[in-house]
Design a protein. Structure first.
Length: 137
């Protein structure tokens, strides 16, 4: 299971901010995500990897044309079946807001869950989620 972003455009974009929400509440790192969705206590990196967390990416920086990056990816491991049932149900509760700018400083926000057309903004809001700030790999 993986969650990611793909640049379908013809030019690079600068990812400025990404907000991940579980049931309309913002989460800031993998521990908070799994606590919100799956009832797990906030744990360190080793227990997260033992549950199958494979990767996470910085959610800021340049994304090449036609490029993509995983936000999070899990590979099914020997974790309790109840954990995987909850994780499988996560897409119903998860939303992403991505703000990005072109090389010409034209910026947009898009809601990944609804697939609505991006809306133009003067500039992207600061903040959002950057898992590397919280828990680098």
């Amino acid at each position: 299971m993986s969650y990611g972003i793909r640049n379908a455009g013809v030019g690079p974009v600068n990812l400025v901010s990404v907000r991940l929400l579980v049931d309309d509440r913002e989460v800031h790192n993998p521990q908070e995500l799994l606590a919100s969705c799956c009832g797990l206590p906030r744990q360190g990196l080793a227990p997260m990897q033992s549950l199958g967390l494979q990767s996470e990416s910085s959610l800021q920086g340049v994304l090449d044309a036609r490029g993509s990056l995983d936000i999070l990816a899990w590979r099914r491991k020997d974790a309790p079946a109840d954990f995987w049932r909850k994780l499988d149900d996560l897409p119903r509760h998860l939303a992403f807001d991505v703000c990005y700018c072109s090389a010409l400083d034209q910026c947009w926000i898009t809601d990944i869950k609804t697939g609505a057309q991006p809306r133009a903004v003067v500039r992207c809001p600061s903040g959002g989620t950057n898992f590397n700030r919280e828990m680098p790999f």
